[in-house]
Every structure is written in structure tokens, then in C-alpha cells.
Design a protein around this ligand. Structure first.
Ligand SMILES: C[S@@+](CC[C@H](N)C(=O)[O-])C[C@H]1O[C@@H](n2cnc3c(N)ncnc32)[C@H](O)[C@@H]1O
Length: 1022
């Protein structure tokens, strides 16, 4: 990539005007004027995707190093250019000579003072320019940024090649393994034995594919480890690599030649090896290896990258955490990382950067003992396990001058350590012994970057987080049990398990420190109230540094520019301390970085800490709901009536509604919903047939392997959910039944057909109690609201039919509060408003009220703009709460408005049509079919299709909003022809029996919107 820089560009103009400013005020010294040049270089770095590092240290071997004013690091954090600034009073030529004699780099460095720049490249001065001339300045800077050594050029090509070649080479290797499995008995035996060991050591459900991936990781990377790191004995010395080599040997025993196989990658390896020779300094190689770590998984095993959170932790975060832990150890415990008895672990070691940084913090005299006895780490993937082993052993070598294998690393799944069972064989005897020893070790410091991921959306992707008997139970018995959130899926994230695991280890030890950098949602989100409750009692001093970067909550920022990991999920550094010398009350200290700070500023913020006291801390006092951050939350919300209790204990009815549930969730919407009944019959018939075939095949298999591996991944034939897999496992056969097709609300004012069958609906909610088949035509009504969590605005909508979990918008986790509940026993229909609620309302208005009135009051109130604005933050966190009416008049005003709104919304299809002008396109034939409608820019007309435009949309229509869209925009969005990418199923909203349905619906929804806006405007103040 070439740098695009011209004399007319703003950064150049800015440079000269800054110099002029300095000149005017008489500032001449280097420290001040160099900032203008630095800004110019920083700008160029940003353009190139590089990083500018001020005061960049260059090691010269041994203990020597030099510090240049600026280092410019490429994407792989390899320095490409350097800058050294001098005063205008200095004789620049002399200064250059002196710096070079002191060991300054000669390959690409610019020596600069305000009027002059000397550029050295490949060991010689290539220009000496008067940079008071803009063209000369641009020339020097461009030369600086375009310089590449031959090796560097090879390197860049090689890295590109690497990214491209890895998937193909890996696939070839997998094919080879599979063919050898069929034809090579020796290999089959070795592979099966290896698979057994992996399953007992890592995960009993490990698929053959995962084991194949492991061999691929070994095969493709061992050469890098041997050659780039000049560690030829790596495979014979590393206890795990040795074992895997045996399998590889069996693999190559017949016809397979390792060198031949790796030949397509030769160019990459050779360039890499050449480059490695060039990189004398181990730390640079190490940075390269960290890149390989991320890129390997991102390019080849994307699912693993997601479920295992394979991402490198930026060094400023690691530095900050290690320094903080040392400070707390001293201050709170009178100990240090160097002290005997302080066992330290990184349970998710990755490339080993926490442990190596800790080793640098430990006194040299203490290091041999700590290294041999009290430093521990775990890793579950092979490649990082190798990398971490090497990095840690090298760090030891650098510190002590002695090479000593690191015995504190285990190849193990950290969460397996919690299992209360006899350890099985863990790869090798040494590894088993290490794990056994670790289980018995009392840990004082737990530090690291646990994996965190978003849960997978589609079961066919088959990359969900694995289950753990003990750890899942621990989370369920504590964080989940003591939480009030309705949606628990957030608690299945591995970082939650990591906090649970680490807390348990510290509790076991009695005191200690957990320092994790993780997703920050546990600090903010409602779903983690149970976790906050426990963390607040398991620890008594908590430092939470919120590094922000949550792109979903703040769409104005970007993951790449603002987030420290370049991701969309917000991040925090959390240091949790349990000290017996402190009282029970937890001191919770919170500090945050401005959300608009760039990534580099966030790093600077961390780098700037010398001690924790340097941060601006805000002390958090959790409220009784275990909310930590109460900004924007209205405290009177808590005193209102609870709308519903998730798990009503027997006899408890202190809520407005007895029962509520999320809307129905199919996990296969493209299959289970369709506007066209025939398409629905066809697709569900086909998928049920496929499913039944799978049941037969599975039942017929004598040796049942891993079900996830067995199931058919063909997305044009079936869409799996974990519940459907579980029916398959039980051998449940399903019959297609046309009568199961019913109407359902999929999105606001969008009724469609649903195939409702408990096997093919992943989470049915309580639809059978709201709309039992025989009472489908009943007069039941359901108030549907957006569920807690997320950042979407509050929504409420009433329906009279089954509704989807996304009925009020995707990701809103709609919660449904029906008026009636149906049951098989007498009385088979019960009102769902509690007697307790009626009593509360009657007392409040000093008059008798009925349950329909209460129901309508709730609906009316939830439309109040004042209520929604005042409690906006509360409504994002939890279900709505209902204020009691001030008096009868107030109650009746809301109840009657609610009743009118209910009638409008439930009966939207019978509302009169608002007359829009129908403008026909001349020359186009009559056509009522919709493909994709759109609003004109000024929102006054709807382009219905090529033939028709509907003109005259009144602006007030857009005031009736349901979440991020107005009611009319929901219609425009939902009523379009869609083709599902995965299954190929087409969903066409046009109705052959009623071609003008959509045009009429638009008119009706405009009426509904205008009337709703009128009613809402007439609501009394709160
Ligand atoms: C976020 S990365 C750690 C990054 C590390 N600090 C670095 O910068 O290199 C998480 C690491 O934990 C490993 N891991 C994930 N789940 C694990 C588990 N249950 N037990 C042990 N290691 C695990 C992953 O393979 C990954 O290498």
C-alpha cells in the first residue's frame, strides 16, 4: 500500500501552520516543535494502518537498547520506520553520526529538525532535504513510508499467502486423514487412540473433526516453532508434541510425505524463516507468533475462534493488570508476586503474555523457585499451548540465562478441573500429573483474559459452548438462581463460568485476587443481577475499569477504531479482591473511559497509571436489586407494582399478572412461518420427512458417536435446534399434520401462518395456555412488551393470537401477559390478573374495579410518553412496573384510553382505510404485487411497485413507533418477498385470493397510527 500524501493535503498545511504558531510565540526547543512532525507521522500511520509508538525502545542485544522518538509499527507490530527529532540549534549531520554510533537503526530512519531531514535507508543516507519546502517534506515522508527491504516485501506477500493457503492446505490434510482412516489400519489405530485421549483429557464430546483440527494445528505450525524460533528439539522436548508426533508418524507411514504435503506452503515458510533471521530480537518474533495465533484460527477454524475466544490480549492491558495485582498484593496482603506461597495462574493462557509479564515483575532471585513451583497456566488448544510454552521458556532463559522446561503449563480445559471425579488420563503421564497437582493447589492470584463469545444463532453451525456438569450447575445454583432476569442465555457465556470458577478457587483459598479482562456486560446488564449479588459477597474490594467499546449500545463508535479488542462487545478490566482483613461490605470502585476515545487513547489511559489511585474512581453502592450502575434509573420505579414474577412461589401473588411468558421461539423461522400455506406445508412436510429419516438412521447405528457430528448439515433440508436434536436422540418420530397450521403474529401488525408443533418450536412459551387449539377463536387478549436487556426502546402491543418472541422487534425477547389462562382442569379458563392487584387498585381509587379495567389501565399506561421517557433506563433493564392510579378519574382515563387502543390494535384489519392518492406509472400494466416497497426520502409517499405509488402519507403517522420503526415502516419492511439464504425458502406476502390486501393494509395501519397518536396525546399526565 502506498501513502497518498500531497503538498496540498491538510496534514502538511497543519504542520507548517503549527511551526508558524511556535515561531510567533518564540518556542524553538525540540520537545515543543517536534509535536508538529509527530502529528504528521501519526496521520500517515493511520492511513497505512500502522501504529505510531512514541519513545520506542529498540533492544540491541544483552542489556543494551536505544530509544528513538518514534517507531512506526505495521499491522504485525513489526517496526517499519523510525524517527528521531533534533533541535534546530543542533548540527544535524553530527547528531546523526553520533546516534548511529550508539546503535540507532540504519534501515529506515528519518533524522529531523524543523528545517532539515536526513533519511537513512539500507545502511546509507539517501537524502538530505530542506523541509521548509512542502514538496521536499512530502518526498521524505513518502520515502519513509514506502521503504521495504526485500525480506519485508517477501514477508508481506508470504503473510497474504499464508492467510490464503491455510484453509486449502488444512482441508487437504483433513481429506487425507479421512482417506487414511479408511485405508491405513495403523493410522486408524493411532488416530482412535489419540481421539480417546483427547476426549478424556479435553472434552468427552470432542468431535472427530476437532481432533483432526488438532493434528492440522500441529502439522502446520511445528515447522514455524522449530525453525523460526530455532528450537529444533521442540517436538521431542514438549510433552504433548511428542505424543502427537506419534500419530503423525503413523499417518506418514504409508504413502504420505510430510514435506510434499507442506510444499504448497513452502514459499510462506521460507519467507518467514528468512524474515526470522532478520528479526534478531525474540520479542519481535513473539509478536509475529501472536499474530499467527489469531490469524490461524480466524482463517481456518472460525467456530473455534468464536467459542474459545481466540484473541490476543493487548499488552497495555496485560501491563496494567499485572502492575495492579502487584500493588494490591502489597497493600492489602503485605505480599508480592515474588513471594513464596503466592500461587499464580492464568487459566486461559493463549500465547502466555500474562505469565511472561508476571515473570518480568518477579525478582530475578525469586524467579527460579516461582517458575518451578508457583506459576501455573492452562490452555485447551494445541497451537496456543505450544506458543505459550515457548514464550514462557524463552522469558525464563532471558531472565536467568538458563533453558529450563516450564512444568507449570497444563493442556487441559480449566472448567474440567472443577469436576468432582477421578482424573482420566490427560494426554500424557506428565500432563496428567501436572493437572492432578494443580487441582490440589491453593491459588492466590488468578489472572487472564477468559474467552467470551456471543451464543451461536443457528444450531446447524454447531459451534455452541460445551456443557460442563459441575461448572454449569455452579452457575445455575448461584448466579442464575439468585437472578431475576427472564432470559438466562447470557449466563451461558464462558466468561461467566470463568468468574464462577475463579471465585470458587479464591473462596477455597480463603483470600486472594482475581484479575480478568472480559466482556463488561456483567457490570451493566440486567441479566447479570445474580452474578453481581454473588461477586459482591464473594469479594470485598472490587476495581472495575470500564474500557467501553460496546458498539451495539453506542452505534456511533466503531469496533475497529474504538474497541480495545477491535470487537463490538464492551470490555472491562476487573480486579476482584477477597481479603479476610476487610469487612463483609464490598467496596466497589468504578472508573470509565469516555466511549468516544479511540483505541490508542484507551491504551494510553491504561499506560498512564502508575498506581490504582491515579484513576478517578466512583464508589458504587449497589441497590437492593444488585444494580451497580444506577445512572438514569429512577428509584421510585421500584415502589410500583410488579407486573409479573418469573417464578411465582407457591401462594405468592404480589404482582399484577399471575403468569407471563416469552413469545414462541421456533429457532427455524424460515421453515415454520410463511405467508403462503402451501409453501409452509411443503417445507415443513419436507423437513419432517428428513428428520424422521435421521431418526431411523440414528436408531439403526450400533455404535452411536457424537450426535452433533451425525446430524445432516444440509440447510436446504433441515434446520436443527438443540431441542430437535434431543427428540432425535430419544428416537421421537413426528407426523406432519396440516391442522397444526395456525395464524400467528410475527412482527407488529404482521400476521402470518405458523406450523405450531412442540417438536419444531424450540421454545413454545405458554402459547397452549394462552391459545389452546380449541379456544383459538376465544376472546383472549395478550399484552406483549419488550423484554429486559439490550438497548432497544420500550415497545408494547396487544394481540389476540400466538405471537413470536420477536413480535415487537428482532432481539426484543417479547414477554406476553395474557388476560386469560386456559387449563385442562376446571375451571378451564382463569383470569390472569391477580385478586391482589384488583385489591390494590380498588383501595387506590376507593371504588371497586374489575379485571378488564386493570388490564386496559396497564395497556393505556404503558403508552404514556411521560412514563416511557421518565423510566427509559429502568425499562431497558427490567420489565415495566405499574404505578397505582392517583384517583378514580385518573384510573378511568387510562383504562378507557387503554381499551380504545386495545380495540384499535387487535382489530387493525377492520379499521377504515385512510385514503392515499394512488399514482399510476404511465405505460405500466395494472399490478398489485409487492416485491419491496419503499418510502420516498421525504416520507410523504410509498413506492408500492413499478406500477403504483401511494401519495399523501400524513407525517403524524411516524409518531406511532414500535421500537426503532413506526407501525407503517414495519408493514413496509415485513411485506416484501424474501428468500432465506440458508434454506432457499421463499416467503411471499402477496395474496392471490386478495391481491389488494397489502394496499388496503397500508390504509388501515395509517388509520391505526393516527388514532393511536391522538389517544396517546390525550393521556393524562403521570
Ligand atoms: C482470550 S484468549 C487469551 C489470550 C491471551 N491472554 C493472549 O493474549 O495470548 C483465551 C484463551 O483461552 C483458551 N481457552 C478457552 N477456553 C478454555 C478453557 N475452558 N480452558 C483452558 N483454556 C481455554 C483459548 O484457546 C484461548 O487461547
Amino acid at each position: 500500500m502506498a501513502l497518498d500524501l500531497k503538498t496540498s493535503h491538510k496534514p502538511i498545511r497543519d504542520y507548517y501552520s503549527s511551526l508558524e504558531e511556535f515561531h510567533k510565540i518564540g518556542v524553538k526547543h525540540e520537545g515543543a516543535v517536534r509535536s508538529a512532525f509527530q502529528r504528521l507521522l501519526e496521520h500517515c500511520c493511520r492511513k497505512m494502518g500502522w501504529t505510531f509508538v512514541g519513545e520506542h525502545r529498540i533492544p540491541l542485544g544483552g542489556r543494551r537498547s536505544v530509544v528513538v522518538d518514534g517507531g512506526m509499527l505495521d499491522l504485525f507490530k513489526i517496526p517499519q520506520a523510525y524517527w528521531e527529532a533534533k533541535d534546530s540549534q543542533d548540527d544535524l549531520s553530527k547528531e546523526v553520526q553520533s546516534k548511529l554510533q550508539h546503535g540507532y537503526p540504519r534501515d529506515n530512519i528519518v533524522f529531523q529538525e524543523p528545517t532539515r531531514a536526513i533519511l537513512w535507508q539500507s545502511g546509507r543516507a539517501i537524502c538530505d532535504e530542506d523541509i521548509t519546502r512542502p514538496d521536499a517534506l512530502v518526498y521524505v515522508v513518502q520515502e519513509l513510508f514506502s521503504f521495504r527491504t526485500e525480506i519485508q516485501r517477501d514477508w508481506e506477500i508470504a503473510v497474504e499467502d499464508f492467510k490464503k493457503s491455510i484453509p486449502a492446505a488444512a482441508t487437504r490434510f483433513v481429506e487425507l486423514i479421512e482417506s487414511e482412516q479408511r485405508e491405513n489400519a495403523r493410522f486408524r489405530k493411532a488416530f482412535d487412540a489419540f481421539g480417546e485421549v483427547c476426549r478424556s483429557a479435553i472434552n468427552p464430546n470432542l468431535s472427530d473433526q476437532a481432533i483432526e483440527e488438532m493434528l492440522v494445528q500441529h502439522l502446520l505450525t511445528e515447522r514455524i516453532l522449530r525453525k523460526v524460533f530455532q528450537n529444533p528439539d521442540f517436538t521431542s522436548r514438549n510433552i504433548i508434541a511428542r505424543e502427537i508426533e506419534k500419530v503423525i508418524e503413523a499417518l506418514v507411514s504409508r504413502k504420505f510425505n510430510r514435506d510434499e504435503f507442506l510444499q504448497p506452503l513452502d514459499r510462506f515458510y521460507v519467507a518467514l524463516e528468512k524474515r526470522a533471521e532478520d528479526l534478531g530480537d525474540y520479542h519481535q518474533k513473539q509478536t509475529f507468533l501472536n499474530t499467527v495465533y489469531e490469524k490461524f484460527f480466524q482463517g481456518f477454524a472460525v467456530k473455534v475462534a468464536d467459542t474459545h475466544g481466540i484473541v490476543y490480549t493487548p499488552q497495555p492491558i496485560v501491563n496494567f493488570m499485572v502492575k495492579s495485582v502487584e500493588e494490591i498484593l502489597k497493600r492489602e496482603f503485605g505480599k508480592s508476586l515474588s513471594d513464596e506461597g503466592v500461587h499464580i495462574i492464568d487459566p486461559f493462557v493463549g500465547t502466555g503474555n500474562f505469565i511472561t509479564r508476571i515473570m518480568r515483575e518477579i525478582k530475578a532471585t525469586a524467579l527460579p523457585y516461582k517458575y518451578a513451583n508457583e506459576l501455573h497456566c492452562n490452555e485447551v488448544m494445541l497451537l496456543p499451548y505450544y506458543i505459550a510454552s515457548m514464550n514462557i521458556e524463552h522469558e525464563y532463559y532471558e531472565r536467568t540465562g538458563e533453558y529450563k522446561p516450564f512444568e507449570g503449563i497444563c493442556l487441559v480445559d480449566t472448567f474440567e478441573l472443577a469436576e468432582d471425579k477421578q482424573l482420566s488420563f490427560m494426554f500424557t503421564e506428565e500432563n496428567t500429573e501436572r493437572v492432578e497437582k494443580l487441582r490440589k493447589t491453593k491459588l492466590f492470584v488468578i489472572i487472564g483474559n477468559p474467552p467470551y463469545n456471543a451464543w451461536q444463532v443457528n444450531e446447524n453451525d454447531n459451534n455452541k459452548n460445551r456443557k460442563y456438569r459441575t461448572m454449569d450447575r455452579r452457575v445455575a445454583d448461584t448466579y442464575s438462581k439468585d437472578g431475576t432476569a427472564t432470559n438466562k442465555s447470557a449466563l451461558s457465556d464462558p466468561y461467566v463460568k470463568a468468574i464462577r470458577w475463579a471465585s470458587d478457587k479464591i473462596l477455597e483459598n480463603g483470600e486472594g485476587i482475581v484479575a480478568f479482562v472480559s466482556n463488561h456486560s456483567f457490570v451493566h446488564d440486567y441479566a447479570f443481577d445474580g452474578l453481581r449479588k454473588h461477586v459482591g459477597s464473594d469479594f470485598n474490594l472490587l476495581y472495575l475499569i470500564d474500557l467501553g467499546g460496546n458498539v451495539r449500545k453506542n452505534p456511533k463508535i466503531s469496533g475497529t477504531t474504538h474497541n480495545v479488542f477491535g470487537i463490538k462487545v464492551g470490555v472491562s478490566v476487573n480486579v476482584l479482591v477477597r481479603s479476610t482483613a476487610r469487612g463483609n461490605r464490598a467496596e466497589i470502585l468504578y472508573s470509565r473511559v469516555d466511549d468516544f476515545c479511540k483505541k490508542e487513547q484507551r491504551f494510553k489511559f491504561l499506560d498512564s497509571f502508575r498506581a490504582l489511585a491515579d484513576a478517578k474512581w466512583q464508589e458504587i453502592t449497589p441497590n437492593s436489586d444488585h444494580t451497580w450502575l444506577v445512572q438514569g434509573l429512577e428509584s421510585d420505579f421500584r415502589h410500583m407494582l410488579t407486573i409479573g414474577v418469573r417464578r411465582p412461589e407457591a401462594g405468592s401473588s404480589a404482582a399484577v399478572f399471575r403468569l407471563f411468558s416469552p413469545g414462541l421461539q421456533t429457532n427455524r423461522d424460515a421453515w415454520a412461518y410463511n405467508f403462503d400455506v402451501r409453501v409452509l406445508e411443503n417445507s415443513m412436510g419436507k423437513t419432517i420427512e428428513t428428520y424422521n429419516q435421521q431418526v431411523s438412521t440414528w436408531a439403526g447405528q450400533a455404535a452411536k458417536g457424537n450426535l452433533d457430528d451425525f446430524v445432516l448439515g444440509d440447510e436446504a433440508r433441515i434446520s436443527w435446534s438443540s431441542s430437535l436434536k434431543s427428540f432425535l436422540r430419544q428416537g421421537v418420530r413426528v407426523t406432519f399434520d396440516r391442522r397444526r397450521i395456525t395464524k400467528a403474529y410475527y412482527r407488529p401488525f404482521c400476521q402470518t401462518n405458523l406450523y405450531v408443533d412442540r417438536h419444531f418450536v424450540h421454545r413454545p412459551g405458554i402459547w397452549e395456555q394462552m391459545f389452546p387449539v380449541e379456544a383459538m377463536e376465544s376472546k383472549n387478549r395478550v399484552i406483549c412488551v419488550k423484554g429486559p436487556g439490550g438497548d432497544k426502546p420500550f415497545v408494547v402491543l396487544m394481540t389476540n393470537g400466538i405471537m413470536d418472541v420477536s413480535m415487537v422487534g428482532f432481539g426484543t425477547n417479547a414477554q406476553c401477559f395474557p388476560f386469560y389462562i386456559f387449563q385442562a382442569t376446571e375451571p378451564n379458563r382463569r383470569e390472569n390478573i391477580t385478586d391482589w392487584a384488583v385489591e390494590q387498585f380498588s383501595t387506590a381509587v376507593s371504588s371497586s374495579v374489575d379485571k378488564w379495567q386493570v388490564f386496559h389501565y396497564v395497556y393505556g399506561l404503558l403508552h404514556s410518553p411521560e412514563y416511557r421517557a421518565k423510566y427509559e433506563a429502568n425499562l431497558k433493564r427490567e420489565l415495566p412496573r405499574i404505578p397505582l392510579p392517583k384517583n378514580k378519574e385518573y384510573f378511568e382515563a387510562f383504562a378507557s384510553a387503554g381499551e380504545r387502543l386495545a380495540d384499535l390494535h387487535v382489530n387493525y384489519e377492520s379499521q377504515p382505510e385512510y385514503r392515499l392518492e394512488m399514482v399510476e406509472t404511465p405505460g405500466q400494466p395494472l399490478d398489485w404485487r409487492v416485491r419491496k416497497m419503499k418510502l420516498t426520502k421525504d416520507k410523504t409517499a410509498i413506492v408500492y411497485n413499478d406500477f403504483l405509488t401511494l401519495v399523501g402519507v400524513p407525517p403524524e403517522v411516524f409518531e406511532y413507533r414500535l421500537g426503532n420503526r413506526s407501525a407503517l415502516e414495519w408493514i413496509i419492511d415485513r411485506y416484501q418477498v424474501r428468500t432465506d439464504k440458508r434454506s432457499g425458502i421463499v416467503n411471499d406476502p402477496n395474496r392471490p385470493d386478495d391481491p389488494q390486501y397489502i394496499v388496503k393494509l397500508i390504509g388501515k395501519i395509517i388509520t391505526v397510527s393516527l388514532e393511536t397518536v391522538k389517544i396517546v396525546k390525550s393521556l393524562p399526565p403521570l
